[in-house]
Each structure stands twice: as C-alpha cells, then as structure tokens.
Design a protein around this ligand. Structure first.
Ligand code: NAI
Ligand code: ENO
Length: 284
C-alpha cells in the first residue's frame, strides 16, 4: 500500500484514477493539486481526494508518487513547478495522450529522464471532462500503456503497474514512438475526422444535423470533447497525426474512385472487410 500520492489536475482522468484507488483501498492519502480551488473542493466533497493544497510544496510533502493529469501542453510548467519539491525516490507518472513529447519535456526539465519517471496513458476516457464526469470504474478492463525509458527503475514500473492493475486495467509496455504511431491511428485520427466532418457540415449547411440519424450521433460523439485538450494533443503528436491524415486521404480517394467508376464488387468487398474487422475487434 502507498502512503501518499499527489494528483496534479483533478479532472476526468485524475479524478477517476483517485476515485478508483479509493474504491480498491490502495493508497492511504490522496492529495489533489490544481489551479482551481473550486474543482478541488468539489473533489474533496465527493470523497475522491482526502485533502488538497494550492501550494505545491505543501501538496508534495512526503509523497511517494505524483501523477500529472492535466492537458499535455501544461507539462513543462508543471514539471518545473514540482522539480524543487521532490527527490529521486518519488515516482513521477502522467496520463497524457501523447508520450514522445512528454519524455522530451521531462528530459529538458530534468536534464535527463529521471529513472523513476514512468510515462503512462490509459486508453479510456469520455468526451466529457471535469470532476463531474469522474467514474471510479473508468479503467476497469481497459488498457494502460506504459512507455518507460531504458534507464527506468524496474521497481517504479512494478509499483505503477500494480496500481493500474488494482483498478482492473490491463497494463502493456511499449516504446513511446510505437505508442504515438498507434494512438495517432486509433484515437487522434478519429477525432480529426469528426472535427473535420462537423466543420464540413456547418460550412455547407448549418441545419444539416437536424436530418441526421443515430449513426451520425455515434460517429460524432467525440466532437463534444474538450477543445483545448485536443489542441494540445495535435501539437504534441503532430508528425504522426499528419502522416495518418494523409494516409487516410488516400483511402478516401480510393473509395471515391470506386464509387465514381461504379466498381460495386470492390466497394462491397471493402465494406465487408471493414465490417469483419470491427465485429472481430468488438468480440475480442
Ligand atoms: N479525456 C479523456 O478521455 C482522456 C484524457 N487523457 C489525458 O488526460 C489528461 C487530462 O485530461 P482530462 O482529465 O480529460 O481533463 P480535465 O479537463 O477533465 O482535467 C484537467 C484538470 O487539470 C487542471 N489543470 C489544467 N491545467 C493545469 C495547470 N497548468 N496546473 C494545474 N492544474 C491544471 C484543470 O483545472 C482540470 O481540473 C490530458 O493530458 C489528456 O490528454 C488521457 C486519456 C483519456
Ligand atoms: O471519448 C472517447 O471515446 C475517447 O476516445 C476518449 C479518449 C480520449 C483521449 C485519450 O487519450 C484516450 C481516450
């Protein structure tokens, strides 16, 4: 059991992590730190955190672990803020949606990657943000990717993995480059597609959505996600996101040509393969 953890940014993900840890009784004391006292007060009232402080020195006093759960562009400022108040024994981790940029920033702030900084990314979330959307079961049966560097402390990896597993998560270790490439396809690209779709619709006919069915509602759900968070993800994984947008444009071009040339068999084959791939994924 861990004595004391500090969570920086007690919103959807930081709050759900804290609420989950409380549920499974894995940490004695959870301290919250954030910019807005109202969010922290609410988190304490909801019994998600035990205490909070707006003073970073106070929030980090005697902690064994710090989890950064703010939008990824804020990481440099946060690492600079916490650096004077933690020693090498403290495990640092995060929940950011991009990993290469987090490692780059950590190396910049600390001169080298601290051995007990273990980057992490839970592949679970919602289009809603903030403390009101917290769900203690959010990570149950979901994957969490850790991207430790070569010098990572094995004990720190074990402790962090055990914490995520105690929430029901399936922990997987991979390189930050593999993570950023994969997540650009499975998470970042779908968000770009749907932002593009909404933009396309609004500019063609602002009333078009009135005539949309359930499929549009399912597909467009993630356009309701937090705009600042997604701005930050794009800035921090730009190369991979652009690469996959361009790859996808070629696929759209291929489909467009099949339709134009009335290639009905090829179209049906493509749709059938897409259906099988999705159905198999759902069953796995
Ligand atoms: N929303 C999602 O579905 C998922 C998000 N993530 C990642 O988790 C992180 C947090 O996202 P959410 O929990 O959705 O956001 P959120 O908006 O629900 O919570 C973020 C919290 O951080 C605080 N904050 C923002 N900037 C700060 C700063 N400079 N200093 C201190 N506190 C600050 C905010 O006041 C808020 O309480 C992001 O890096 C995101 O990429 C990862 C997986 C899923
Ligand atoms: O709302 C959804 O379905 C999401 O896709 C949530 C999400 C957002 C960002 C991540 O890094 C991981 C998961």
């Amino acid at each position: 059991m861990i004595d004391k953890i500090c969570i920086i940014g007690v919103g959807l993900i930081g709050g759900s992590f804290a609420a989950g840890l409380k549920r499974v009784n894995q940490v004695k004391t959870i301290i919250g730190f954030s910019r807005q006292e109202s969010h922290l007060k609410k988190a304490q009232e909801m019994d998600i955190i035990d205490a909070y402080s707006l003073d970073i020195a106070q929030a980090l006093k005697q902690v064994q672990m710090v989890i950064i759960a703010t939008p990824v562009n804020s990481f440099q400022a946060i690492l600079e803020l916490i650096k004077p108040h933690i020693d090498e024994s403290v495990i640092i981790s995060d929940v950011g949606s991009t990993k290469g940029s987090v490692i780059k920033i950590a190396k910049l702030v600390f001169s080298q990657m601290p051995a007990r900084f273990i980057p992490a990314h839970p592949i679970a979330g919602k289009e809603k943000s903030g403390i009101e959307a917290v769900d203690a079961q959010l990570f149950n049966h979901k994957r969490v990717i850790l991207t430790p560097e070569e010098n990572a402390d094995a004990q720190a990896v074990d402790i962090l993995s055990s914490l995520w597993r105690s929430l029901g998560a399936k922990v997987e270790i991979m390189s930050d480059t593999k993570h950023d490439n994969l997540l650009a396809m499975t998470s970042h690209l779908p968000h770009m597609l749907v932002y593009g779709l909404m933009d396309y619709l609004i500019s063609n006919n602002p009333n078009a959505c009135r005539y949309a069915a359930g499929g549009f509602k399912d597909f467009s759900r993630i356009a309701s996600s937090d705009a600042l968070m997604w701005r930050d993800i794009c800035i921090n994984n730009s190369k991979e996101i652009v690469k996959h947008i361009e790859g996808y444009q070629q696929t759209l071009e291929k489909i467009s040509n099949l339709i134009k040339n009335n290639q009905v068999q090829a179209l049906e084959k493509l749709f059938q393969e897409a259906k099988s791939a999705r159905d198999n994924w759902l069953d796995s």
